[in-house]
Design a protein around this ligand. Structure first.
Ligand SMILES: Nc1nc2c(ncn2[C@@H]2O[C@H](COP(=O)(O)OP(=O)(O)OP(=O)(O)O)[C@@H](O)[C@H]2O)c(=O)[nH]1
Ligand SMILES: [Mg+2]
Length: 419
């Protein structure tokens, strides 16, 4: 599939050309993820936004002619086009050419990559909400696709009205199904109440799933050099501390201007992140400096948009093996003094991540001493198996164990020793 990419430089907003070029590069990666081959990338200067067609009509006609000459059927805009602008552009292009805007393209990727039932429903909901105001009337097969439920229109009901009504019915059904799934998840998460929960968040393709794999070998999480490889939250447990279960959750990646409908649909998935004890923010440190800054600020704003509080956070700079100049790594280390530099793929410095998680799990722990009489020596084994024993001294008639744990947990040990 061949396509042409268009981005606009809004002269009235004094936008930096470099920023538009960066966006266009990202749009190209999105197009590649959908297996498009990109024939051309163009930046159009806009003195003002044309309310009916976004770009100038002359600009669109010119592009349309170029596409015909190249026998190219897909046109992808970096800008988000309003539903009415979308319809007007489509009219100018006379349906020969299919258009996507950035949101439409991202939705298409999500549609292809959703695997679990929940992710599929979330993506379908977002897509239908996006599609509804953009219906142009050529959508006549909807009735059959939707299995004939509620398809009988009243007298004089036009096809487009029937389509709209059907989508409305489907949207309500999807919302209901998703809220049932959410209820189930609530029960699951209450089962995990006693565990220490860690969430991995970051830009798409930063290496979140790779890090989950490295932390929880053997590898089973889906890793792929494509955008939005992960759309389903996966939770695994890792053995870091003896007396506490540590669960790590991989999440869907972020991108600049993540479509609003998607953010809304995936909100419930992110509730998992909100209730976690620690967030690991993964950044691809092999990107140019300004892209890294962009990615970090996108992560912050997306978490903010989802009302996720980030109180306990560790910054992980991944793809250490791909950083080209030493100069750049020292720059990054200076700029992000608390960050841990790793390579998830090559298992470099993963122990450091584990240690950092360990420290967070053990925050609030102190060394407590418990005396266990010889006649209850079977308890020594039990304490060892459940807790972090740092010292063991045999004295007259008893064993003295120094245990690193919270005061609350230590009460339980004391009770055991008293029985
Ligand atoms: N060279 C190198 N490649 C890495 C490293 N970590 C991850 N990758 C590669 O980067 C690509 C993306 O990795 P993923 O783990 O799928 O990234 P992700 O953050 O889960 O991406 P999404 O699921 O799309 O949000 C894959 O091709 C990985 O093999 C690393 O440390 N070094
Ligand atoms: Mg992933």
């Amino acid at each position: 599939m061949k396509c042409v990419l268009i981005a606009s430089r809004k002269l009235f907003e004094s936008v930096n050309l470099g920023d538009v070029e960066k966006d266009l590069c990202e749009l190209e990666s999105l197009a590649h993820t959908l297996s498009f081959s990109v024939l051309d990338k163009t930046i159009l200067n806009l003195k003002k936004i044309n309310p009916s067609t976004f770009y100038g009509k002359g600009q669109i006609t010119l592009i349309s002619d170029q596409l015909s000459a190249m026998k190219c059927k897909y046109l992808i805009f970096n800008d988000d086009i309003s539903p009415s602008q979308y319809k007007n552009i489509q009219k100018l292009l006379r349906k020969k050419i299919k258009i996507f805007d950035r949101t439409g393209l991202i939705l298409e990727i999500f549609k292809r990559n959703a695997k679990t039932r929940e992710a599929k429903l979330q993506v379908e909901l977002a897509s239908l909400q996006y599609m509804l105001p953009r219906l142009t009337g050529q959508w006549t097969h909807l009735e059959r696709q939707m299995g004939g439920v509620g398809t009988r229109g009243g007298p004089g009901e036009k096809q487009i009205e029937i389509d709209r009504r059907l989508i409305g019915v489907r949207i309500s059904k999807l919302k209901k199904d998703l809220s049932n799934i959410k209820k189930n998840r609530k029960t699951q998460s209450s089962n995990r109440k006693n565990a220490f929960r860690v969430s991995l968040v970051g830009y798409t393709n930063a290496g979140k799933s790779s890090l989950l794999n490295s932390l929880t070998l053997p590898n089973t999480t889906y890793v792929k050099d494509k955008l939005f490889a992960t759309l389903d939250t996966t939770t695994k447990s890792i053995q870091i501390v003896k007396n506490k279960k540590v669960l790590i959750t991989d999440t869907v990646g972020f991108i600049k201007n993540l479509p609003h409908n998607l953010v809304a649909s995936f909100r419930s998935t992110f509730e998992e992140v909100n209730s976690s004890d620690l967030i690991l923010t993964i950044v691809d440190s092999s990107q140019p400096r300004n892209v890294i800054d962009d990615h970090i600020s996108t992560i912050k704003s997306t978490l903010n948009q989802m009302n996720i509080k980030v109180e306990n956070n560790i910054l992980i700079m991944n793809k250490l093996d791909l950083i080209k100049q030493d100069n750049s790594i020292s720059y990054l280390r200076k700029k992000h003094t608390d960050a841990i530099f790793i390579s998830a793929k090559n298992h470099i410095m993963i122990e450091k991540v584990k240690k950092a998680i360990y420290d967070k799990v053990c925050a609030g722990e102190k060394i407590h001493i418990v005396k266990i009489p010889f006649e209850k020596s079977f308890l020594v084994h039990e304490v060892y198996s459940k807790y972090n024993v740092v010292e063991n001294i045999s004295k007259d008639g008893f064993v003295e164990l120094s245990v690193s744990t919270t005061t609350e947990e230590f009460e339980k040990i004391k009770k055991m020793a008293r029985k």
